[in-house]
Design a protein around this ligand. Structure first.
Ligand SMILES: [Zn+2]
Length: 136
């Protein structure tokens, strides 16, 4: 179900808790909310729809990728860029990495690792920041 986007900075500044299999339902809510906002949004963290659990979604080609408990394993190729966020107005400068490797659990709760480059890597880093309560 599509959820309302949280814009409360105090709420968004809190660190999200580990997700469990009871949070698997969030995949659907994140997909529906991402789809509803697709004109302006390429990724979401669960706290942006009001749930402080470590779950993110972002566009990876044609299909959205959902990650539970994502962990950044490595990153290389730093660059400076600017990003916007559905929860904030305007764009802000930030440092990202061209290539990252991430471990996570998928929607079947299987452990996975993936290497991301370019734009999907950038969105993923933005959403990982949300899990730590970092908002650009
Ligand atoms: Zn954001």
């Amino acid at each position: 179900m599509e959820k309302k986007i949280v814009k409360d900075i105090l709420f968004l500044s809190q660190v999200s808790q580990q997700a469990s299999q009871e949070d698997l339902y969030l995949a659907r809510d994140l997909q529906d909310t991402l789809l509803a906002n697709r004109a302006t949004c390429v990724g979401l963290a669960a706290n942006m729809i009001g749930v402080q659990r470590r779950v993110i979604i972002f566009n990876l080609g044609l299909v959205p990728m959902v990650m539970f408990n994502p962990v950044l394993l490595s990153s290389e190729g730093p660059y400076e860029t600017e990003e916007g966020c559905l929860s904030l107005t305007g764009v802000r400068p930030t440092r990202r990495y061209e290539t990252i490797r991430v471990a996570y659990r998928d929607t079947k709760w299987q452990e996975q690792t993936i290497t991301l480059t370019g734009f999907p890597a950038q969105i993923c880093q933005h959403e990982l920041d949300h899990l730590e309560g970092r908002i650009i």
